[in-house]
Structure formats: C-alpha cells, structure tokens
Design a protein. Structure first.
Length: 142
C-alpha cells in the first residue's frame, strides 16, 4: 500500500471515530429519548404530545388527538434549555382549516420530566401552549 493510501485509511478511521464520538455524545444528552404528556392552550382542554429525539439537534413531534398532526423538530440546546423550530408535515393548516400550526418549541429537561412550551403566530394572532411530558422507558446509559 502506498504512503498516500495509508494516510487516507488512517484519516478515514479517525473520521469514523469522530463521528462515533459525536453520536455517542448525542446519546448521552438528556433530551434523547421518547417523551409523552399533556399540554394545553390557555383554558382549553389538554391534548396529548409525543416527542421523539435521537439527537439534541432534532426530532419528531406527534399530536394524536383530533385532528391528528405532527412534524419535524430542528434546533439544539440553548444554555439550560432546548429550542426547536417545528415544521408540521401532516395535519397542518395547509391540509385543513383546523390543522396544526408550525411553531417554536422551548423545552427543559430535569431527570425524566420535560417542561414543554410552544408558541406561534398565525395570521397576526399569537398562540401558545404549555405542559409537562415524561420520559417513556429507561434512559440508556453508555
């Protein structure tokens, strides 16, 4: 094997170790996992919220109520909290008049409890909801 090929192989191994380290670090993050609970908008009846994070960089939201909807979460840790832009990918206002809105999630995690805050502005009107979610299943420690 030529000298250049040996360096390329060595660099490739280091790159794989770096990626594996990043993934392992993400698995240690407090937000990684499945979360489920209730949130409410003001005095309205509570609704079910399910969030899944495989990394602190993003996840998936699901609202199984009526109308059902959900989407993608993109963001990251912001100090002691997490902040995500939520893009509704099914059941949104582009599909039905009573659909879910894109918004901003602010989340904080303490142990197996997540504080949930959502806000949006749609057609000039502000909307918000708050709630509490619980970790589903045991947190994996590596």
């Amino acid at each position: 094997m030529g000298v250049l090929a040996m360096f390329a192989v060595a660099d490739g191994c280091r790159a794989q170790e770096d990626v594996a380290g990043d993934v392992a670090g993400s698995l240690q993050d407090a937000i990684v996992g499945l979360w489920s609970g209730q949130a409410a908008q003001g005095d309205a009846d509570p609704f079910t919220v399910r969030l899944t994070f495989v990394s602190p960089k993003g996840g998936v939201s699901r609202y199984p109520g009526e109308p059902p909807c959900g989407g993608m979460l993109v963001g990251d840790r912001k100090g002691d909290t997490y902040e995500y832009q939520e893009a509704i990918t099914y059941g949104g206002t582009d599909e039905k008049t009573d659909g879910c809105l894109n918004g901003l999630l602010r989340l904080s995690v303490e142990g197996d409890t997540m504080k949930y805050e959502w806000s949006a502005n749609y057609n000039g009107q502000d909307y918000s909801s708050t709630g509490e979610l619980k970790r589903q299943g045991a947190r994996k420690k590596r």
